[in-house]
Design a protein around this ligand. Structure first.
Ligand code: F6P
Length: 550
């Protein structure tokens, strides 16, 4: 298999350094359109109605061919198939990464060793469905006999971001229940949600893969007390359910086994939206919506597993990222959904991508020879345009952007939607085209600006251009297309793990902070302090003084 420095990687890197035959640099985009009137058709692909346009990147036919060679040299198809076959691709934890099984049909026959993963997934899905429908039709009620109107999911990271993002995208007032998501251990979060809830009508899901996460357990205890005060200690159990892999811990917390919805350790937290971690969605949005979400992801998985590399959306998205990160040295990427309903998508993708790809050693534990995952951030358009887009247009750090467009809105305001789409398309065009000094000067002269003013202002008005964007176009945003979109990014992440030869499925980088929290917490509780670094000790003392009014 090719490692960085071997021929397939070298070929990509050589193209990144090379000038093209027409004299343009590897990062320039505009000449590619001039050279090929068919560029859009050649550099855009679709899968089940979802369109991926990479034409506004500097991928040339030669670069794409070299990247596809790299994918073959890294045995992307073989390693992708091994992942789907339940191999222990998460080598540091000795686990499979089989989230594809969560959205596959029962007959798909996914296995992890001797375990029939598909059968297990579908047994849990059947229980989730029964539970969700019973809550919705009022067969399952709270301790005081009232119907549940609200579901509160307590979880953090992968046990929060995915479901919260989907609920934000798909919830409408016609939905069966309202959904709320409590993640942060900062009790201001709980204080913000609490006034919206009536404990007698609230169903609480404690969502935690490990069921040991400090934030979740703290919030669960807080909310449990709130429930007990309203419905009595004996009634609390009727308001609780758990979503977890740790059945011993859910039992110790006092959650009845029939209210525990399990999943297995081969589901990574950031890929767990499709497991019982999605129960809040099945309850609040309805089973059909959850089922369609799975169907959309399933369609994307089928495409990922079956389409040839050169027309495979997750593969192409990953190859473009390799080009940007390694070839062009661009260490960040913006996610700009031009759809307010996708407001939480950047936050979800931050975890999916950065927790997966923020790695510095190969699978074998050697230092990586190339850059790995970029910083991911984002905000819906058009809000982003009035915030950080200035830097993307004129800053000294070019940042590739994913622009996500939805052709048909779910509202009747056609004028607003046309303006939204126009803005998204215009941002991508502006980033690519830029504006030269000569163009600025000509524009200002045509507007009658005095020469002195032109000389003073023109440099400020220049846009370098050649800044890459990737456009994703959805026909509409619904449960199916959202499932496709999220699975596209998940599968892209798996591809990048393979291309960079890193483990995309562990997250050791979160451990040190957790470890250090213990002694610092004890110090805040007043116990004799363990030796802290000078800054932490100073800050602890300052907090102490501020808390005692000093
Ligand atoms: O579901 P759990 O076990 O509570 O973990 C929550 C999150 O914490 C992390 O382990 C990181 O701290 C994530 O990977 C995970 O999604």
């Amino acid at each position: 298999m090719a490692q960085h420095g071997t021929s397939a990687w070298s070929a990509v890197m050589a193209l990144a350094r090379a000038e093209r035959p027409d004299g343009s640099a590897a990062a320039s985009i505009r000449p590619l359109f001039a050279a090929d009137p068919e560029r859009f058709a050649r550099f855009s692909w679709a899968a089940d109605g979802l369109l991926l346009d990479l034409s506004k990147t500097s991928l040339s036919p030669a670069v794409l061919a070299a990247l596809l060679d790299l994918a073959r040299a890294m045995d992307l198809p073989g390693r992708r198939d091994a992942m789907a076959a339940g191999a222990a691709v998460n080598v540091t934890e000795g686990r499979a990464a089989l989230h594809l099984a969560l959205r596959a049909p029962a007959r798909a026959g996914f296995r992890v060793g001797a375990e029939d993963a598909s059968a297990e997934v579908h047994a849990t899905l059947a229980r989730m469905r029964e539970f969700a429908v019973a809550v919705q039709d009022g067969r399952l009620r709270g301790a005081t006999g009232e119907r549940f109107t609200d579901v509160l999911n307590i979880g953090i990271g992968g046990s929060d971001l995915g479901p919260a993002m989907v609920a934000r995208a798909l919830w409408t007032p016609a939905a069966p229940l309202r959904a709320h998501y409590l993640g942060n251990v900062d009790a201001h979060a709980w204080e913000e949600i609490r006034p919206r809830l009536d404990p007698r009508r609230t169903l609480v899901l404690v969502a935690s893969k490990t069921f040991t996460t400090q934030e979740t357990m703290t919030n669960a205890a807080l909310v449990r007390g709130w429930l007990a005060a309203a419905v009595g200690e004996a009634g609390v159990g009727g308001h609780l359910a758990a979503l977890s892999t740790n059945l011993a811990a859910t039992a110790a917390f006092g959650i009845a086994p029939e209210r525990v919805f399990p999943f297995r350790d081969w589901v990574g937290g950031r890929f767990s939206l499709w497991s019982s971690i999605g129960l809040s969605l099945a309850i609040a949005l309805g089973w059909e919506a959850f089922d369609r979400l799975l169907a959309g992801a399933r369609a994307m998985d089928a495409h990922f597993l079956g389409a040839p590399l050169e027309a495979n959306l997750p593969v192409l998205l990953a190859l473009a990222e390799v080009w940007h990160v390694d070839g062009l040295g661009l260490g960040a990427r913006a996610v700009l959904p031009y759809d307010e309903r996708l407001a939480r998508l950047p936050a979800h993708l931050q975890q999916v991508e950065m927790e997966s790809l923020g790695k510095q050693v190969t699978l074998a534990g050697a230092p990586v020879a190339q850059r790995t995952g970029p910083v991911v951030f984002g905000e819906p358009g058009t809000n982003s345009q009035h915030s950080f887009m200035q830097l993307l247009h004129q800053g000294t750090t070019p940042v590739p952007a994913d622009i996500i467009l939805v052709a048909n809105p779910a509202h009747p305001h056609a004028d607003s939607h046309r303006k939204l789409l126009a803005n998204g398309l215009a941002q991508a065009a502006a980033l690519m085209r830029g504006k030269t000094l000569a163009e600025v000067r000509a524009e200002m002269a045509a507007a009658g600006t005095a020469e002195a003013e032109i000389a003073r202002l023109a440099p400020h008005r220049v846009f370098p251009g050649d800044r890459p964007t990737t456009t994703l176009l959805l026909p509409r945003l619904d449960a199916f297309t959202l499932g496709q979109l999220v699975a596209l990014y998940e599968n892209k992440v798996a591809c990048l793990g393979i291309l960079w030869d890193i483990n995309a499925f562990d997250q050791w980088g979160v451990e040190l902070g957790k470890q250090l929290t213990g002694p610092i917490l004890r110090a805040l509780e007043g116990a004799p302090q363990k030796a802290q670094d000078g800054s932490t000790a100073g800050l602890l003392a300052a907090i102490g003084r501020a808390q005692s009014g000093g």
